[in-house]
Design a protein around this ligand. Structure first.
Ligand code: HEC
Length: 110
């Protein structure tokens, strides 16, 4: 009985972690938990907290062009100016997934 509960729980955790990104503006669970408060679901940083801390507009194509993936991963892991570090809260694969998510936010010039 007890073992079953553990198995069910870990299966639920795996499912939660693997939940795919839904198309559209829906952000991943980690984004909503850790990033939305400042960056917003759209990545533009127009939230109350984001404005207070001066979160940049992550969708800005020009800015995205000037930085590489290594820097995005490093900023999420170690923090950057007013942004807190997530290296102890998130695993490396989770941080890499969030970095890819940052890339997916870019406002492609039409
Ligand atoms: C407490 C508010 C806050 C939270 C929470 C937060 N950020 Fe930030 N973030 C900022 C601020 C402020 C900046 C602007 C710092 C700068 O431009 O130098 C920033 C900058 C960034 C940058 C650009 C860094 C660079 O090197 O220029 C990325 C990428 C980023 N955040 C991603 C994330 C991700 C992913 C999360 C969730 C894991 C997150 N942020 C959570 C406030 C936050």
């Amino acid at each position: 009985m007890k073992k079953n509960a553990v198995v069910t729980l870990s299966a639920a955790l795996v499912l939660a972690a693997a939940r795919p990104l839904v198309a559209g503006d829906t952000r991943s669970e980690n984004w909503q938990t850790h990033c939305s408060v400042c960056h917003g679901d759209d990545g533009k940083g127009q939230t109350e907290e984001g404005k207070k801390k001066k979160a940049r507009n992550l969708t800005n194509a020009k800015w995205q062009d000037t930085i590489d993936d290594v820097r995005i991963v490093r900023s999420i892991t170690k923090g950057h100016d007013e942004m807190p570090a997530f290296g102890k809260k998130l695993t490396e694969p989770e941080i890499k997934a969030l970095a890819a998510e940052v890339r997916s936010l870019v406002n492609k010039p039409s």
